[in-house]
Design a protein around this ligand. Sequence first.
Ligand SMILES: CC(C)(COP(=O)(O)OP(=O)(O)OC[C@H]1O[C@@H](n2cnc3c(N)ncnc32)[C@H](O)[C@@H]1OP(=O)(O)O)[C@@H](O)C(=O)NCCC(=O)NCCS
Length: 158
Amino acid sequence: MSNSDIRIEQSRSNPDRIVGAVLRTLPEYFGFESAIVEYCENARDKKYKTFVASIGKSQTVGFAMLVVNSETTAELWVMAVLREFHGKGIGAKLVDAVETEARKKKCKYMLVKTVGPSQNDPNYFKTFNFYLKQGYELLMECDFIWVGSFCAMLLKKL
Ligand SMILES: CC(C)(COP(=O)(O)OP(=O)(O)OC[C@H]1O[C@@H](n2cnc3c(N)ncnc32)[C@H](O)[C@@H]1OP(=O)(O)O)[C@@H](O)C(=O)NCCC(=O)NCCS
């Protein structure tokens, strides 16, 4: 699979099905069904835009959701790539797509929240490093946004 085989498109019909299907393949990252249900509800809400990555005829391999929080700031709400496709450049292309959309909306910054390094979760260390690689910087880490886990907020100037 080469980088040019990966297609990214905004999903206009049933994005919640794609979100739920991909998240349920990654229980070590998304272990709470209630959180998955909430992400699916977000996907049905027009405020959130879902970008879907596919390869071949139409095999869905990942997605990223964007929400515009204010006139200046957008948020990469949640993203995931099927495990067998990690490390093939799909995540980077999804980040690029949501950033392009946020720039079109005249946003100056992109925010992303993820489980922070203080949590000592080996899986989320990888996620955190992935965001650093995409040009995001740690703004703050705290234990009062999510119950029971450290939340890292990362920011990138668009
Ligand atoms: C995080 C995730 C979306 C990244 O997607 P991906 O398709 O595996 O990432 P890519 O292959 O596009 O990686 C892009 C770049 O980041 C780098 N990268 C990826 N993981 C990395 C890591 N753990 N440490 C350092 N760099 C990393 C890659 O080497 C690549 O660099 P390159 O462009 O120089 O080759 C994916 O691994 C995933 O779905 N993880 C589980 C769910 C998750 O954590 N979602 C985010 C919730 S907040």
